[in-house]
Design a binder for this molecule. Structure first.
Ligand code: ADP
Length: 221
């Protein structure tokens, strides 16, 4: 029996996504209890993760025996088996886990997960697909949507930003974006403030609505 401590996270499902979440958490010094019903995966991950157990997480009794109710956070990383994903979220919700994250494959799947108690629903394939599409199209070097059509992009500084301190550039009122970071060639990223001046060849990080980011990133640079 493993008892959850405040900083520990329960990860259900050691597929590609779940195992990546679990190993990242371990690298961030979080304690992880990982559960998968597949003994091969349990065996494979047992050396890299501190606690890995084999169990069917749709079985409420089994979950209780593992002490899941003492965990503050859980990630349900079951994708393809929608029934197992929904029942697991429901069981964790009924066990009173206060923060449940769940991976969804489709919007309908995500809707159901939210209904049965997931506090955060993530769509890793969709988010990565969108990001790669933006990178392929070529106007953004990197892109991340945060929530509700708002995001961050890494782009080459367009000509409209060259040579003027950001505080005098009117970028917010004219283009509805904010420059949050800047990178001079050969240097690392640093924060941007009112006095920051971008020049040809600099990279900038901008925040704003996805539409505004797309428009701004296609300006000449
Ligand atoms: P990915 O696309 O990230 O690889 P999958 O949906 O393929 O995700 O993997 C989900 C993982 O969850 C699999 O390793 C599977 O064994 C596990 N899993 C599925 N159903 C259950 C369940 N009821 N209890 C525990 N683990 C489960």
């Amino acid at each position: 029996r493993i008892r959850g401590v405040a900083e520990s996270v329960l990860v259900v499902g050691l597929g590609r996504f779940g195992s990546s979440v679990a190993t990242s958490l371990v690298e961030m010094d979080k304690e992880v209890l990982a559960i998968d019903e597949n003994p091969v995966l349990v065996q494979r991950w047992s050396s890299q993760l501190t606690h890995v157990v084999q169990a069917d997480t749709t079985d409420e009794e089994a979950l209780m025996q593992l002490g899941v109710s003492s965990f503050d956070r859980a990630v349900v990383a079951i994708g393809s088996d929608i029934e197992a994903s929904v029942l697991t979220v429901l069981a964790l919700s009924e066990a009173g886990v206060p923060e449940i994250w769940a991976k969804a494959i489709t919007s309908k799947h995500g809707k159901i997960l939210a209904r049965v108690g997931a506090h955060h629903v993530v769509y890793p394939e969709r988010a990565m697909g969108l990001r790669v599409a933006h990178q392929i199209v070529g106007t953004m070097e990197d892109f991340m949507e945060l929530e509700g059509g708002y995001g961050l992009a890494r782009i080459l500084a367009p000509t409209v930003t060259w040579g003027i301190p950001l505080g005098k550039s009117d970028l917010r009122s004219r283009h509805r974006i904010t420059v949050v970071g800047i990178k001079k060639p050969g240097m690392g990223f640093t924060y941007a403030d009112r006095e920051t001046i971008a020049h040809q060849g600099d990279e900038i990080i901008i925040s704003g609505s996805v539409r505004a980011l797309e428009k701004f990133s296609s300006l000449p640079h």
